[in-house]
Ligand binder design. Structure first.
Ligand code: SF4
Length: 283
C-alpha cells in the first residue's frame, strides 16, 4: 500500500502564525491566557497548556498578565475591555480576517447595512458583526433576508465560506431586495486557503482508492473537508489520531490518500502517515 499526501493540507498560514505567536510569547515572556482555543485541535491546545497557555472563555477569568486573541479575531469591545482591565495583548487575528473586519467597519461607517454570508454563532462572524456596530446581520439563507435598514446594502463573507457560494448568495439577496435598494456593494472576503484544501483532496482522489482525513471532529473546516472527500465517492475515514486507524479499512487498498484540516498540526499528520506505513505501506 502506497501513502500519498494531498498537495495542500494541514495548518493554514493564519493558524500557523497564531500558534507561533503564542509559542514565542510563552518562550520569551512566560504564561498567558488565550480567549478561546487558539486552534480547534485538542492535542495542540494540550501541548500549549503544558507550556503555560490556559484557555479562558471570559476576560474576567484572566486576572492579570497577558491574553491572546485567536486567529478568528474579536470585536472592538473586546479590545476595549482588554485595555480597561490593563492586560497585555497578543493579537493573533489572521490578516485575512482583519481585512474582513476593516471592510465591515468602514462600510458601516459609510452608512451601509452589512449582510454577512456566514454562521451567526461562529466566533469569526460574531467578531465581524461587532465591527458593524449594530448595522449588520449574518445568515447563510438568502430567503431569510426580507428587509434591511435603509437602502444601501454591503455584502461580505465569513472567510472560510466558498467564493462561488458567496456570489450566489449575493445574487439571490440582491434579486429579492432590488426594488428597495439604491446602492449595493459586494466584497469577496473569502479566504483561498480552505478552497485550496478541498481542491487538493479532489485531485488526490483521482490517484488513490481510499482517503484518510486527519483533524478534530469539532473543527468545522475539517468536517467540511471530510465531506468533500466523501463526495469523491471513495471510502473516507475521518480520524483525530493515528491510533484510530484500523487495518481492515485498507484490505485490498493499493494506494491511500491523506489530507488534514486547517487546524491539524504537521506532527499529527506525520504520525498517521507512519502508522499507515506500519499497516502495510511503503516507508
Ligand atoms: S483559513 Fe484563511 S482566514 Fe482563516 S485563519 Fe486560515 S488563513 Fe486566516
Amino acid at each position: 500500500m502506497k501513502v500519498e499526501l494531498a498537495e495542500v493540507y494541514g495548518f493554514c498560514p493564519g493558524v500557523r502564525r497564531a500558534v507561533e505567536m503564542v509559542e514565542a510569547y510563552l518562550q520569551e515572556k512566560g504564561p498567558l491566557a488565550t480567549l478561546g482555543a487558539i486552534v480547534h485541535n485538542a492535542q495542540v491546545v494540550e501541548e500549549l497548556a503544558q507550556k503555560g497557555a490556559r484557555v479562558v472563555e471570559d476576560l474576567a477569568e484572566v486576572g492579570e498578565g497577558a491574553v491572546a486573541i485567536t486567529a478568528h479575531g474579536v470585536g472592538p469591545e473586546v479590545f476595549e475591555e482588554i485595555r480597561r482591565r490593563g492586560l497585555s495583548l497578543v493579537d493573533t487575528t489572521c490578516p485575512i480576517v482583519r481585512r474582513a473586519q476593516e471592510a465591515a467597519r468602514d462600510l458601516a461607517e459609510e452608512g451601509f447595512f452589512i449582510l454577512i454570508y456566514g454562521e451567526e454563532a461562529h466566533p469569526e462572524v460574531r467578531g465581524l458583526l461587532s465591527w458593524t456596530r449594530g448595522r449588520g446581520r449574518a445568515t447563510l439563507n438568502p430567503a431569510e433576508v426580507q428587509e434591511i435598514e435603509g437602502n444601501r446594502l454591503a455584502l461580505i463573507s465569513q472567510t472560510t465560506k466558498g467564493r462561488q457560494e458567496f456570489w450566489s448568495f449575493v445574487a439571490e439577496v440582491v434579486g429579492r431586495l432590488s426594488p428597495r435598494l439604491r446602492e449595493v456593494r459586494g466584497l469577496d472576503t473569502t479566504c483561498p486557503e480552505t478552497g485550496r484544501r478541498y481542491q487538493a483532496v479532489k485531485e488526490l482522489s483521482k490517484k488513490v482508492e481510499a482517503l484518510v482525513v486527519v483533524g478534530s471532529r469539532n473543527s468545522a473546516n475539517t468536517r467540511k473537508l471530510a465531506e468533500v472527500a466523501r463526495q469523491t465517492g471513495l471510502p473516507t475515514f475521518h480520524i483525530e489520531r493515528a491510533e484510530e486507524l484500523r487495518p481492515e479499512w485498507f484490505r485490498g487498498v493499493g494506494r491511500v490518500g491523506v489530507t488534514a484540516g486547517a487546524s491539524t498540526p504537521d506532527a499529527l499528520v506525520r504520525e498517521v502517515v507512519d502508522r499507515l506505513h506500519q499497516l502495510g505501506g511503503d516507508p
